[in-house]
Structures are given as C-alpha cells and as structure tokens.
Design a protein around this ligand. Structure first.
Ligand SMILES: CC(C)(COP(=O)(O)OP(=O)(O)OC[C@H]1O[C@@H](n2cnc3c(N)ncnc32)[C@H](O)[C@@H]1OP(=O)(O)O)[C@@H](O)C(=O)NCCC(=O)NCCS
Length: 415
C-alpha cells in the first residue's frame, strides 16, 4: 500500500461518508450527514489515499475552549475512521502524525477529542483529561438534603426547544467560561444539540425543554425526552432521559433537577454524560441512589508543550523543570522549565531559561501533561501508578497542585 495524505474537498464528501459508515459499521442518515457537513471545515480535513481509493479520514474543528484561566484556541479532532479493509496497517498512525504537525504549523498548541474506544489515542500522546458521569436515579428516592437552595423568585417555563434557541445560547454563553473543557458553540453545533428526528428520539419522544427564570431573565434550562411506560401491574414507569442541564447559579440548577426528578408518571431519570462533580451528587440526600459510573470523556494532546502550558493559569506558584517524553511530536521531547504565579506563566526549553543547566525535577510522557492540562487529573495519581517519575522529592506534588483546578473539567457535547 502506498499512502498519500491530503485535505479532502466537497467533491470527496460521499467517499468520506462511505469510509466513516464502513468504519463505524452503521449508516449515517442524510440529516446527520448534513449536520456533520455544516460543522465541517474541509480545509482542516485529512484523507489517506491508497492509490485513488480513500481509506482513512479525519478532520479538525476550530474550537475556542475554556481551560484553567480562560478561553484558548483548541483543535477538536473528529470523524476519525479507517476503511475495514485497510485497518491495522498504519493508516491512523499516518493521519494522526500529519495532523499533529499541521496543528503545530497552524499555531494551535492543544488538540482535544472524544474517543470511540479508550485504547486508541494514548499512543499518539493524548491523555484522559476529563471524565463524564453516567447515572440513573429512581425518582421516588430522590429527596434533597436539608438546606438545598431554593429561590422564591425563580419560576419554571415549559418551552418548545426549536423556538427557544436564543435563550439556551444566552445561558450557555454565561456558563461557558466557568468550567474547563466547555467549548463555544457555533450555530451548526447548536443544530446538532437541538436535532429532533425519530432517530434522535430513540423511542423516547420529542425533545422537551424547561427554562428557569426570574424577573431579570433566564437563569437555566434543561433539555430532555420522556419515554412513557407502565409496568405489568399498571404502575407508571416512565423515564426522563436528560440531554442537557445548565444553570447560572445553585438555586437555578437545583430547581431544574427538581423539575426533571418530579415529573409525573416517571420512575427514573437517566443521563449519559454529566460532570463528575455535578451538584446533584451533593443535593441528593441518599447519594447511593445515583447508580453512577464514570467513563473517559475528553482527551487532550499538548501539540506544543511550551505554548500550551504558558496559555493556561495555575492554582499555586510553581517553578519546576521536567523532561517530556514524546515519540510522536519530537519537538516536545526535551527538558522544559515552567514558572508561574497567579497572573502569568512561562514555559520554555530549559536552555532558554535563566538556569540553562538545571536538571529535571521529574520525567513524564506528554500524555500525562495532556491528562492534567484541564486541571482534573492529578499528576500525583499518575506518579502513584508509576507513570510519572520524580527526581527531586516533592516536585510532582508541586506541579500537580499548580495544575489542578476547580471545577472538574467536562466538555458536555460530543464532537
Ligand atoms: C480506530 C481506527 C481508526 C484505527 O485505525 P488503524 O489504521 O487500524 O490504526 P493503525 O494501523 O495506525 O494502528 C496503530 C496502532 O494502534 C493500535 N490500534 C488501533 N486501533 C485500535 C483499537 N481500536 N483497539 C486497540 N488497538 C488499536 C494498532 O493495533 C496499532 O498498534 P501497534 O502500533 O502496536 O501495532 C480504525 O480501526 C477504525 O476506523 N475503527 C472504527 C471507527 C473508530 O472507532 N474510529 C475512531 C473514532 S474516535
């Protein structure tokens, strides 16, 4: 196989869809393909060709993502697929390697992705930066703790999702900066949130929405579906499937949760991806009723270690030298010095710092820095797992503390 790589164009679209359909083993309905196309920046796509045959695909979305300290440009890697006839012959490796070089040349210091399988991207230097929580709460056991916030000024309004987009956007834009991992949504991205075909409904009826507001305007919203059912004894056994819930303050969040938990004829609320520190985990009087599990959510890759680490802020002052291992992006594989206080950060190759001969305090793979980048994974945990090595006692803890951040990172929307 002789592989050539090049960006795809509109004329490659049907071949692109074919590769992803074959790779994922499921058809992409035309409306989904249209949504996908609307979110596609063709000049940022990459196709791998075996002769004239398109055998591998990927693309990047230009995101503005919140990281500790504020928003930065991030390359959102998406649509990765290799034709089953060409798998395990290095096509993905070729695509990933070229894509990382392209990202660097473009000046994007950080890449992010959602993985179909957790085993795929670690080898390319991505680290598991955010986890999502999946849970299932029985509504009859969902009382709140005493002292849960209540604001009498708040009221609920049932709305039609398709007619309320501006309100959702207003709320989302107000919370966007509050949690690392959230990324700004384009109109195309909102379309994929609000799409409501039969296939989206999955047997659970149309998308429903409720807004909480006071005299000053909207303070939160929830998007969900309801799957009604009755058990053999005729007892209502419906399910609320929560899609999104965002509130500007604790009382708004609590009221939204109360609303979905208190819907009539419903016996459980299920949700596929919430932040691991979701307020509901503290509001429920009986936390054992959460029936939760977590899974990897966002994976982060530092494309350019120096620029990426200088672009975020730190929880504590830090001055460490670390050796980075990076077989895929050799420009990162060197000794770096990170110095930061609460207002600024600098990360340069140690030979360009004021102490050019300083030895490394610790050694770590680039994926460990990606994992810690959004502040949710502790480098000390990776050290305990034997994946980060310390040369100066206490150095890992210093860097780990400085990189940690509140609240837990979470992107909340697959791209
Ligand atoms: C995942 C996928 C893109 C891999 O493509 P590929 O061209 O076969 O990957 P490569 O040949 O470059 O593999 C590189 C290495 O990763 C390993 N690898 C790749 N995919 C893997 C997987 N799904 N599980 C375990 N290992 C995997 C390969 O074994 C190989 O390891 P080696 O270097 O030790 O031999 C392809 O199998 C695919 O399209 N899968 C279905 C769609 C999908 O899941 N896409 C990802 C969306 S996020």
């Amino acid at each position: 196989m002789s592989l050539t790589l090049r960006p795809m164009t509109e004329s490659d679209w049907s071949d692109w869809i074919t590769v992803d359909e074959e790779a994922f083993g499921s058809p992409i309905p035309p409306y989904r393909a249209e949504l996908f196309r609307a979110n596609t920046e063709f000049e940022r796509s990459l196709g791998a060709y075996d002769g004239d045959l398109l055998v591998g695909v990927t693309a990047v979305c230009s995101f503005t993502m919140t990281v500790p300290g504020g928003p930065i440009p991030v390359g959102g890697v998406t649509a990765v697929g290799v034709l089953p006839s060409h798998r395990r012959r290095g096509v993905l490796t070729a695509l990933m390697t070229r894509q990382l070089t392209d990202l660097r040349e473009r000046g994007e210091a950080v890449a992010a992705l959602y993985a179909s399988e957790a085993v795929i991207y670690g080898r390319f230097g991505y680290g598991r930066a955010a986890d999502g929580m999946v849970f299932d709460v029985p509504t009859h056991r969902a009382a709140f703790v005493p002292g849960a916030p209540v604001d009498p000024a708040l009221r609920l309004r049932i709305v039609k999702p398709a007619e309320t987009g501006e309100t959702f956007e207003k709320v989302f834009d107000a919370v966007l900066g509050s949690r690392p991992g959230l990324y700004a949504r384009t109109p195309g991205r909102w379309n994929s949130v609000l799409t409501d075909t039969e296939a989206d409904q999955g047997g659970a009826g149309p998308l429903r929405a409720v807004v909480v507001e006071d005299d000053g305007g909207p303070r939160g919203y929830a998007l969900f579906r309801i799957k009604p059912s009755w058990n053999d004894a005729g007892v209502p056994d419906g399910e609320v499937r929560l899609k999104e819930l965002f509130g500007l303050d604790p009382a708004a969040c609590a009221l939204l949760w109360r609303h979905v938990l208190d819907r009539d004829l419903v016996s459980r609320v299920t949700t596929g991806n919430r932040p691991v520190d979701d307020p509901l985990t503290y509001l429920l009087a009986d936390v054992r009723q959460l029936h939760a599990r977590w899974m990897d959510e966002l994976w982060i890759r530092l494309v350019d270690v120096g620029r990426a680490l200088a672009a975020r802020r730190y929880s504590a002052p830090v001055d460490v030298v670390f050796e980075v291992e990076d077989a895929v992006c050799p420009w990162n594989a060197r000794r770096w010095r990170l110095t930061a206080d609460s207002s600024a950060a600098r990360c340069v190759p140690v030979e360009e710092s004021e102490e050019p001969g300083r030895a490394a305090d610790l050694t770590l793979p680039v994926g460990a820095l990606g994992a810690a980048y959004l502040g949710g994974q502790r480098l000390t945990s990776l050290q305990e797992a034997g994946l980060v090595r310390e040369a100066r006692a206490g150095a890992v803890r210093e860097l780990s503390t400085a990189m940690s951040w509140e609240p837990a990172p979470w992107a909340g929307l697959i791209f």
